[in-house]
Design a protein around this ligand. Structure first.
Ligand code: SER
Length: 895
C-alpha cells in the first residue's frame, strides 16, 4: 500500500466515523508555528494546543490531520540507525473534551486490524501488543474488552515510555501505544525497550494533565488537570508505510527510496553494500526532504535558529553526496526527486518550485565556496602544525574554521584525521559554549524577558486575556492586573525602576508581525510610567515593560480604573505609515521581480522599514528605481487601505499572502488590503487608511543577508523627506566646494578622480625611476670580501616591493663571473623590510640569500624566508638596521 493510500485511509476512517462522530479533517499547519517553546512543529497536536489547554474554544469537538513535523535534537544520529529521521508526518485523531480512552482505543484498533479489502490496514492481531502506563488498569481493562486479547499481551511500561509530554511545559498525560512484533530476527522475546523487535507505531495520549516543568521523560511536575479530558494520537506515517510495504525501515518506502536510488545513479555506489555508505545515503534522503519542506514553509538558510537548522541540513546533504563520490552540484538533481514524491500532498512544492530550488541551489553554491576556502585555511594550519612538529589542531583553530569559514566541526575532525592530526575537541566545544552564552546574554539583555513563561500563564489563567484595544483607540482608563520585577510579582516600583505591568485593557500595540511595539506613557495618581517595550509572551496577554519616570508606583494602593494608558500619537502615526509602507514595498517588489519574490521577514518602526525576501541576486539600480517608482505611484494614486476578517481558506482563495512563521487561526484571520487585489496580506498590524498618508517611500538600500536572502530598506513619512533633505545638503556642499551646478557634479567628480589616478601613476613612475637611478650608484659602493662584491645598503623610507625592486636591480648590475651578494634594508612605515639576493656566481661559491636572511632576521626582530637566489623578510627593530648591515661582510666572509 503506498503512502498516499495510507494517508487517505487514515483521514477517511475518522472523517466518516459514526460511532463517536465524524472528525473534521484539518490540513497540515506550517512547520513554523508561533510557539516560543518550539523551533518547529514536532507533533500532530501542536496546532491544536490552545484547544487542548482550554485556552481557546475548539471550533469542532473532534479533528483528524496528517501533520508535517520536524524533530532535530540529534541531527548527527540520522541515518546511523534507521529508526529516526528529521522530517516525518504524523497521522492523528483528536478529541477536545469529547470521547476519551474507550473511543480512542476502539477507533485505533479498528483501523489497524480491519482487512485491507474493507479499507483498513489489515495488520495481524497476533503480532500486536498494546502498552499502557503502569497503574493505568482502566486502560488495561478497555484493551482486553475491546480487542479480546489476554492480559499478558497488554504490556505495562514506566513513565519514561508511556507518559507523554511535549518535553516542555504544556499538556501531557498517560499514553498507550500499539507495538508490532517484527519477529525473532529483530531481538529477544518480550524485550520491550531494546532492539527493533517491538516497534511502536501509534501512540494514543490520554491527555489530562497540565505540566509546569519537564526535566526528563520521567521527571516532570504536574501543575493540575486540564479543563477537559482530551485525546491526542499520533501514528507515524513512515512507520506504517514501511510495515505495509514489507520494507525494513522508513528509508525504503515509496516516498524516501527514490532519492536513494537517484543518489546511487549519481555516485555509482550501491545502497546496502557498506554500512558507512548506507548512513550517507540515508542522511541524503532524509535531509533533502526536510530541507525542501522547510524552505517551502519559508525558512531561509541562516546562522541562527531555524535558518541554522536548515543550513546544516542542506550542507550535510551536499557533503554526504560528495563523500559518496559525486562532486557536482547535487541538490538540483535530488530536490526534484523528493518534490515529485511529496508534491501531490503539498502542492505548494510545485507552485513555489522556482523559489524553493533557488534557495537550495544558492546555499549549495555558497557551501561549495566555503569548502574551497576553508580547505585552504585548513591546509595552511595543518602545514604550520607539521612544520612545528605538533600534531594537534587547537580548539582555537577549529573554532575559527567553524566561526569564520562555516566549517562544521565534523568536517574539521574528518580532514584532521586524514592529515594524521588530532583536534582539541573539548577546547573547541568550550569556545562554542562561550559563544552561545554570549549570544544568550545578548538576547536576554535585548528583550529583558523571562524564558520561564509560567508566570505569564499564571496571570492569564487568573485574570483572563488582556482587553486589547490597539485597533480602536490610543488611550484607555485601565486597572493594573499584575506588576512584575525580574519575573517576580512585586507591590511597587520605585522612581527610575523598570518592571513589567499587565493591565486589564490596553491601547498599546505589542510587537508582532514585524511591527515594533508602541511607545507612550501610563499615568497614575502622583506619577507617570514610560512604556519601553510591549510584548505578548503568551497568547492573549499584553505585557508592558515600564520605567517609573515620575513618583513611585504602588498599584495596590489605588482602586478602580485609576491608570491612564496613552500611546504616543505621533509614534503610532509613524508606525502605521511604516507598516503600510512595508506592504506597499512588498507588492511593488513582486511587480518588479515577479510573484516568486516573497517576504521572509520584516521589521518596521516609525519612519523606517526593512523587508527580507528570498532572492539570490542583487537588484540592479534600475530595478531599485522601479521599485521606488511603483511604491510611490501607489501613494500618489492614494489606494484605499482596508481590513476584514475571514477564514484562512477564504483568505487563501483571495490570494492573500500568508507570512511564514506566523500562527493563523484557521477560522478567523485578518486580511489587510491596499488597492483591492494589488496588495493582500494576512496581517495583524496597524495601518493608515489610504496610501497617500504614508507620505513617501524612499528606498535607501538593498543588501544581502545571508545566502539566498536579500534585504530592502526604506524610509517613510517625515523620515523619508528628512533623508532626501540630507542628500540635498550633501549635494549643496559638494557644489559649493567644486564651484559647479548640481547637474555638472558627477562630471566634475569623475574628472577629478581621473586626474587623481593619472597623478598617482605619475608619482609611482617617478619613484621607480628614482630608485633605479640609485641602483647604479649603490652597486658602485660594493666592497670586496674575498673576491665577492658585497653591497649592504639602507634604503631610507622604502618598504616592501620597493626594497625588492631595488635589490633585484642592484644585483642585475653584477653580471658574469664576479660573485655578488646584495642586502637592502628599508625602514619605510616604521618597519624593517629586508631583502637579500645573490647572483649565480655567488651561489656557485655556496652563498645563499636565504641563509643570510636567517642570520640577519633575528637581529632585526623578525623573520622571513625565500630561496638561495633571493629571500625577503620583515622585522620590528628599526634601530638595529645599521648594526645588521655591518654584519653582512663578515657573514659573507664566513660563508
Ligand atoms: N503527541 C503524541 C506524540 O507525538 C501523539 O500524537 O507521540
Amino acid at each position: 500500500m503506498d503512502t498516499a493510500e495510507i494517508r487517505r485511509r487514515f483521514i477517511a476512517h475518522f472523517e466518516q466515523n459514526t460511532s463517536v462522530g465524524a472528525h473534521t479533517a484539518v490540513p497540515s499547519a506550517s512547520l513554523l508555528l508561533d510557539d516560543p517553546n518550539l523551533l518547529f512543529v514536532n507533533a500532530g497536536m501542536v496546532p491544536f494546543k490552545p484547544y487542548l489547554l482550554g485556552q481557546a474554544t475548539p471550533p469542532f469537538p473532534r479533528a483528524t490531520s496528517v501533520q508535517k513535523c520536524i524533530r532535530t535534537p540529534d541531527i548527527e544520529e540520522v541515518g546511523k540507525t534507521t529508526r529516526h529521521g528529521t522530517f516525518f508526518e504524523m497521522c492523528g485523531n483528536f478529541s477536545f473534551g469529547d470521547y476519551f480512552k474507550q473511543g480512542a482505543i476502539e477507533l485505533a484498533w479498528e483501523l489497524v486490524t480491519k482487512s485491507q479489502a474493507d479499507g483498513g490496514f489489515g495488520l495481524d492481531e497476533s503480532v500486536l501488543y498494546p502498552s499502557v502506563l503502569i497503574g493505568d488498569e482502566e486502560a488495561v481493562a478497555l484493551w482486553k474488552r475491546i480487542t479480546g486479547l489476554p492480559d499478558d499481551r497488554i504490556v505495562r511500561l514506566p513513565p519514561k515510555e508511556n507518559y507523554w509530554s511535549m518535553g516542555v511545559p504544556g499538556p501531557g498525560g498517560p499514553c498507550s501505544e500499539i507495538l508490532i512484533d517484527r519477529g525473532p530476527e529483530y531481538g529477544a522475546e518480550r524485550d520491550w525497550d531494546a532492539g527493533d523487535r517491538y516497534l511502536e507505531f501509534w501512540n494514543l495520549v490520554f491527555m489530562q494533565d497540565e505540566l509546569s516543568a519537564v526535566r526528563s521523560k520521567s521527571d516532570f511536575d504536574i501543575a493540575g488537570q486540564l479543563p477537559s479530558k482530551n485525546i491526542d494520537t499520533g501514528m507515524g506515517l513512515e512507520r506504517v508505510a514501511y510495515l505495509l510495504q514489507g520494507k525494513n525501515n522508513m528509508y525504503e518506502t515509496d516516498v524516501m527510496f527514490p532519492v536513494i536510488e537517484h543518489t546511487e545513479a549519481l555516485t555509482g555506489k550501491k545502497y546496502g553494500a557498506d554500512h558507512g555508505d548506507d548512513v550517507r545515503f540515508r542522511v541524503v534522503a532524509d535531509h533533502v526532504r526536510s530541507s525542501m519542506m522547510l524552505i517551502s514553509d519559508g525558512v531561509t538558510p541562516g546562522n541562527e535558529g531555524r535558518g541554522y537548522v536548515l543550513r546544516r541540513l542542506l550542507r550535510r546533504a551536499v557533503r554526504n553526496v560528495r563523500l559518496l563520490g559525486y562532486e557536482d552540484p547535487a541538490l538540483p538533481e535530488l530536490f526534484p526527486v523528493s518534490r515529485d514524491r511529496m508534491g501531490a500532498t503539498y502542492t505548494e512544492l510545485h507552485s513555489d518550485w522556482e523559489r524553493i530550488s533557488r534557495v537550495a541551489l544558492a546555499e549549495e553554491e555558497a557551501f561549495r565556496k566555503t569548502l574551497q576556502s576553508g580547505t585552504q585555511i585548513f591546509d595552511l594550519a595543518a602545514g604550520d602544525l607539521k612544520r612545528s612538529g605538533e600534531n594537534r589542531l587547537s580548539g582555537d583553530q577549529a573554532f575559527k574554521l567553524h566561526d569564520t569559514y562555516g566549517f562544521p566541526i565534523d568536517l574539521t575532525l574528518e580532514m584532521a584525521a586524514e592529515a594524521g592530526l588530532s583536534v582539541d575537541e573539548p577546547g573547541f566545544r568550550s569556545l562554542m559554549a562561550e559563544q552561545r552564552e554570549r549570544a544568550k546574554a545578548d538576547a536576554r539583555a535585548k528583550k529583558g524577558q523571562h524564558a520561564d513563561l509560567s508566570v505569564y500563564r499564571g496571570i492569564l489563567d487568573t485574570h483572563g486575556p488582556t482587553d486589547w484595544l490597539a485597533y480602536e483607540t490610543l488611550e484607555t482608563e485601565s486597572s493594573p492586573v499584575a506588576l512584575l520585577r525580574e519575573g517576580r510579582s512585586v507591590d511597587s516600583l520605585g522612581y527610575d525602576e523598570i518592571g513589567e505591568l499587565i493591565l486589564d485593557r490596553t491601547p498599546f500595540y505589542a510587537e508582532s508581525g514585524g511591527q515594533s511595539p508602541d511607545a507612550g506613557i501610563i499615568e497614575f495618581e502622583g506619577g507617570r510610567l514610560e512604556v519601553l517595550d510591549v510584548q505578548r509572551p503568551v497568547k492573549g496577554l499584553v505585557v508592558h515593560q515600564v520605567r517609573v519616570v515620575d513618583g513611585e508606583f504602588t498599584p495596590a494602593a489605588a482602586h478602580g480604573h485609576q491608570l491612564h494608558a496613552q500611546v504616543d500619537p505621533e509614534w503610532r502615526i509613524g508606525a502605521r505609515q511604516a507598516h503600510s509602507g512595508t506592504h506597499v514595498v512588498h507588492a511593488a517588489l513582486r511587480e518588479v521581480l515577479g510573484p516568486t519574490a516573497l517576504q521572509s521577514g520584516s521589521f518596521n518602526r516609525p519612519g523606517y522599514l526593512r523587508l527580507d525576501f528570498g532572492w539570490t541576486t542583487a537588484l540592479t539600480p534600475g530595478q531599485l528605481r522601479e521599485l521606488e517608482e511603483i511604491s510611490n505611484r501607489a501613494l500618489r494614486e492614494d489606494l484605499p487601505v482596508s481590513w476584514q476578517y475571514m477564514t484562512l481558506p477564504q483568505a487563501k482563495d483571495w490570494g492573500a499572502i500568508a507570512l511564514f512563521g506566523e500562527t493563523y487561526d484557521q477560522s478567523k484571520v485578518r486580511v489587510v488590503e491596499i488597492g483591492g487585489p494589488w496588495s493582500r496580506e494576512l496581517c495583524g498590524g496597524t495601518h493608515v487608511e489610504h496610501a497617500s498618508q504614508i507620505g513617501t517611500v524612499v528606498v535607501t538600500g538593498e543588501s544581502s543577508v545571508g545566502s539566498g536572502s536579500r534585504r530592502i530598506e526604506a524610509f517613510t513619512g517625515v523620515e523619508g523627506f528628512a533623508y532626501l533633505a540630507r542628500e540635498r545638503d550633501v549635494v549643496d556642499q559638494l557644489t559649493g566646494l567644486l564651484k559647479t551646478q548640481p547637474d555638472d557634479l558627477v562630471g566634475r567628480v569623475s574628472d577629478l578622480v581621473e586626474r587623481l589616478r593619472a597623478a598617482e601613476k605619475e608619482v609611482e613612475r617617478a619613484r621607480t625611476a628614482q630608485l633605479l637611478a640609485a641602483a647604479g650608484r649603490i652597486a658602485e659602493q660594493a666592497v670586496d670580501v674575498e673576491g665577492v662584491a658585497v653591497v649592504a645598503h639602507r634604503a631610507s623610507g622604502a618598504a616592501g616591493g620597493d626594497v625588492r625592486t631595488l635589490a633585484t636591480d642592484v644585483r642585475g648590475r653584477f653580471q658574469g663571473d664576479r660573485p655578488a651578494v646584495v642586502v637592502v634594508i628599508g625602514d619605510g612605515g616604521g618597519k624593517v623590510s629586508l631583502v637579500t639576493a645573490t647572483n649565480e656566481a655567488a651561489r656557485a661559491r655556496g652563498l645563499s640569500a636565504n641563509a643570510l636572511l636567517r642570520e640577519l632576521g633575528p637581529v632585526l626582530g623578525g623573520k622571513g624566508g625565500g630561496k638561495d637566489d633571493m629571500a625577503q623578510g620583515g622585522g620590528s627593530e628599526v634601530g638595529r638596521i645599521d648594526e645588521a648591515l655591518g654584519l653582512v661582510p663578515g657573514l659573507v666572509g664566513r660563508g
